[in-house]
Write a protein that binds this ligand. Structure first.
Ligand code: ZN
Length: 479
């Protein structure tokens, strides 16, 4: 069938019109990021996906240093490792800025259900827990399903061991942690106020292995300090099942932890010095300390390897970015944010020149979302950075980023913040447990994280103008 020429021409024009309508309309506002910036950022991104040195950094820190609890010999070895490593990678201005850290020693622990039948269990002290008397503590167990239920025990808690039994839910974004970790922090003092003699919690973790998860607790002033420990998930199940029988359950706990004098530690810092505005800083954070049960491979050797490797790749560009990229490996995040508080105090004068800050502290899971906390006028630039991460499978989140625990002390200075949310579906299987070792770190996932951080850090250091400061946080509710 031959179509008349006029009809054919009309069809061609109609198709062309449809195609034109689907093409992006020319933007009324110019792109926030230059074409050159976007090309360099894309090259950083795609280069990292070909393989990075991040896994080797995790291997080195976790096998040559190992556990590095604040105040321990491992902590000091980690500081030396970090200074040596950052210098070896070619970062500039590498230094260790002194931080005083608490020094708590876990010691040994034994726990058993002794009535109605003898059942030794697997448990570990919560970080900072006081010891039991030499002979241990033996008392009846009373269960509570929440902190509110604990408070409601009233006189029934007196002389007892309180057991907080809720289970942490597995969620990609780690939201289950936020809903249960409060019991670990506040449980001991809430129980002690009622006259309890010790506190047991179900581990704040998602593992079904017979391994406990530790983590910091804190004691309120003016309340007796009682020993506190976490049961492995299977042992928490066991204790719940025994309690469900309705017969009195007696538990025996022997815990020999020690509080020692504070020790010197350090925030370890390295930089890529900016070529035009070296006094303006893009801060990439992680924490160098770890809990002592594993080797802190996910928490947070992975985060340190990711940000250090991202900075190293920026340092290797033919031309450094306009601003300085600074990596800070913080001291003692786990047991009181010592390094983060010291940094905020020592660098108070230059916080207004921190143009963006982000922390990698969620293991090695792949990044799936970018969130931010910047001035409204800076959102188009942040959206364009997020678009550069789309090939990594990263979407755009909201403008209410948390950013990381080590950034808490610099939030009042209204430092712009970026968060790269990682898949945490399996993170809490190993988090703070003896299972947090190199075996659970995947090199390819680290590379994807490096790709994302390199893009974000480079773009923030190169773009014109800098990110505007976000509004102040609302004041905390109550006292
Ligand atoms: Zn951490």
């Amino acid at each position: 069938v031959r179509l008349p020429a006029g009809l054919l021409a009309g069809l061609v024009l109609a198709v062309a019109g449809l195609l034109a309508a689907e093409a992006p309309a020319p933007s009324a506002t110019p792109a926030a990021l230059s074409a050159e910036l976007r090309a360099t950022a894309a090259a950083l991104r795609d280069g990292a996906l070909q393989g990075t040195g991040a896994y080797e950094l995790v291997r080195s820190l976790t096998t040559e240093v190992g556990p590095r609890l604040a105040g321990s010999p491992g902590d000091k070895a980690a500081v030396e490792w970090a200074v040596r490593t950052l210098r070896g990678l070619g970062l500039a201005n590498v230094r260790a800025e002194p931080v005083e850290v608490p020094h708590w020693e876990r010691g040994t622990i034994e726990g058993s259900i002794i009535a109605p039948s003898l059942q030794p269990v697997v448990l570990t002290a919560l970080g900072g827990s006081v010891a039991t008397p030499e002979a241990g503590i033996e008392a009846e167990v009373v269960e509570a399903a929440s902190l509110e239920a604990l408070d409601a025990l009233g006189e029934r808690a007196r002389g007892k061991i309180v057991f907080l039994s809720p289970r942490m839910a597995r969620r990609r974004d780690g939201a289950g942690y936020g809903r249960t970790v409060g019991m670990r922090g506040a449980g001991p003092s809430r129980a002690a106020k009622l006259g309890a003699v010790a506190l047991l919690i179900r581990s704040v973790g998602t593992s079904d292995d017979r391994l406990p998860h530790t983590g910091a607790t804190r004691y309120d002033e003016g309340v007796p300090r009682i020993p506190a420990a976490a049961l492995s998930n299977p042992d928490a199940d066991l204790l719940q099942a025994v309690l469900a029988s309705g017969r009195p359950v007696t538990f025996r706990l022997v815990l020999r932890s020690r509080e020692l004098p504070p020790e010197p530690s350090a925030n370890v810092i390295g930089e890529v010095v900016g070529r035009e505005l070296p006094e303006e800083i893009v801060l990439l954070a992680c924490h160098l300390d770890s809990w002592d049960l594993g080797t802190g491979a996910q928490d947070d050797a992975a985060g340190c390897a990711i940000v250090v490797e991202a900075a190293r790749r920026i340092a290797q560009l033919p031309r450094p970015p306009r601003r300085t990229v600074r990596v800070v490996l913080y001291a003692n995040e786990e047991f009181g944010l010592s390094g983060a508080n010291a940094y905020a105090a020592a660098h108070a004068a230059e916080l207004p020149r921190h143009v963006l800050a982000g922390e990698s502290d969620f293991g090695s899971g792949r990044v799936y979302e970018l969130s931010s906390r910047v001035a409204a006028e800076s959102l188009p630039a942040m959206d364009e950075i997020a678009a550069l991460l789309e090939p990594l499978g990263v979407g755009r989140g909201n403008n209410a980023a948390f950013g990381g625990a080590d950034l808490i002390p610099i939030r009042p200075a209204r430092v712009p913040i970026v968060g790269l949310a990682q898949d945490g579906t399996f993170y809490f299987d190993v988090h703070h447990s003896p299972n947090d070792t190199l075996a659970h770190v995947a090199a390819r996932d680290l590379d994807q994280n490096v790709a994302a951080w390199a893009v974000v850090a480079y773009a923030a250091a190169e773009m014109e103008p800098r990110f505007g400061q976000p509004p102040a946080d609302p004041p905390p509710a109550g006292r």
